[in-house]
Ligand binder design. Structure first.
Ligand code: CA2
Length: 148
């Protein structure tokens, strides 16, 4: 099998990681997170690409671009998780398996964070493990792709 290509998408406000609300999101920045993921990807011998946007349409565009190129998506859609039919439709349309990731345990937070438009079509959902959630997801995605 060729080296798997995994796309990591972070949605709105995740560019602010490490700058405020450390009790919820920790002290590491988005750059730190990407470095952690890159190190794990090297260990697992997979390629990773990163994308972050605060704009719903830009996320839809990036998911569409991934069609036929990325083998797996790790997606923290931020608040769009709870609102976006457009992102769900884009994911359904490209037929790329994805894991939904949340840094915080959304089920321990406000009621409006308990519903996700994405979980119903995700391969899996990880929440409440902090930044480690991305690393667990990456390990699982790599194992899944290698087993195919
Ligand atoms: O727990 C998560 O990863 C979330 O996807 C984060 C979203 C939130 O709307 C979801 O309900 C759960 C918010 C991201 C905000 O990120 C910030 C990080 C640091 C400082 C400010 C915002």
């Amino acid at each position: 099998m060729q080296t798997p290509d995994i796309l990591v998408i972070n949605g709105p406000n995740l560019n602010m990681l490490g700058t405020r609300e450390p009790q919820i999101y920790g002290r590491e920045t988005l750059k730190d997170l990407q470095a952690l993921i890159s190190a794990k990807a090297a260990e697992l011998e997979v390629r990773v690409e990163f994308f972050q946007s605060n704009h719903e349409g830009a996320i839809v565009d990036r998911i569409q671009e991934a069609r036929g190129k990325s083998d797996f998506i790790l997606l923290n859609a931020g608040a769009y998780t709870h609102t976006s039919v457009a992102i769900r439709d884009a994911l359904s349309g490209v037929d790329i398996p994805f894991y939904e990731i949340h840094i915080s345990n959304v089920h321990r937070r406000e009621e409006f964070r308990h519903h996700s438009y994405l979980s119903g079509i995700a391969e899996g959902v990880i929440c409440g493990f902090g930044l480690n959630g991305y690393l667990y997801a990456l390990e699982n995605a790599a194992a899944l792709l290698r087993s195919r």
